[in-house]
Design a binder for this molecule. Structure first.
Ligand code: PXP
Length: 240
């Protein structure tokens, strides 16, 4: 059955808005687990704009499901990942000026370099996922780089307003999931998924896990975090 990994960065974003102690993404992660999610995602950015090193260290000690560390492929982050040892590292492109992760990684243009980074993390006992656009060249490169997983970027699907455009984006995701499996990759997906658009992506048989942050935290402000997680699990068709 498809799993939900909840991204707790936006809890930290609220805290950092006041440079305060609360709300605590680590406490939030405990509630997310109680509500039935299968994992916690946290993105430690180079500029530390939301999650802090302390959050990652505490999450490592307290998360009982699975910790997915989202990170740029930099020496600093590789060092942190190898010390913290999350179950999975998801490599993402990172630009200081962006509001959130914008495009997928260009694995195709940097296969050898990505392959070396994937190997170092895997030798540290960490499963590696590469966040890529749903494109054949990127999938083939991710397989060549030795990744365990790819996370298919669902941002274009999430942004599509017209039904026709949304169907076309969904078709790309379905095709990419099939191609990825054929190449020996395991498939996750995420970015821009919400309560209304998640169903068809959750129904793609090859997709194992969805990483969702903003829509859950946005709803949590109004209905509470546990209810927001349970409603997302229901929207995914997991029967919770
Ligand atoms: N997956 C990746 C790789 C991301 O960078 C993000 C955003 O941090 C997400 C999933 C979650 O996206 P959203 O907050 O839009 O649900």
């Amino acid at each position: 059955m498809i799993r939900l990994c909840v991204n707790v960065d936006h809890i930290a974003t609220i805290r950092q808005a006041r440079r305060a102690q609360e709300p605590d993404p680590v406490q939030a992660a405990m509630l997310v687990e109680l509500a039935g999610a299968s994992g916690i995602t946290v993105h430690l950015r180079e500029d530390r704009r939301h999650a802090q090193d302390r959050d990652v260290e505490l999450l490592r000690r307290l998360v009982k499901t699975k910790l997915n560390l989202e990170m740029a492929a930099t020496e600093e982050m590789i060092g942190i990942a190898l010390a913290v040892k999350p179950e999975m590292a998801t490599l993402v492109p990172e630009r200081r000026e962006e509001l959130t992760t914008e495009g997928g990684l260009d694995v195709h243009g940097h296969v050898d370099e990505m392959g070396r980074i994937v190997r170092r993390l895997r030798e540290g006992g960490i499963a590696v996922s590469l966040f890529i656009d749903p494109e054949h060249d990127q999938l083939a490169a991710a397989a060549r780089a030795g990744a365990d997983f790819v996370e298919l970027h669902t941002g274009s699907y999430g942004e599509a307003r017209e039904q026709k455009a949304q169907q076309a984006e969904l078709a790309r995701l379905i095709q990419s999931a099939t191609t990825g499996r054929t190449l020996g990759l395991r498939i996750n997906a995420g970015h821009g998924l919400d309560y209304r658009n998640v169903g068809p992506v959750a129904a793609i048989p090859e997709v194992e896990e969805l990483s969702i942050g903003h829509s859950i935290v946005a709803r949590a402000v109004l209905v509470g975090l546990e209810q927001a997680v349970r409603e997302m699990l229901a929207a995914m068709g997991t029967g919770h």
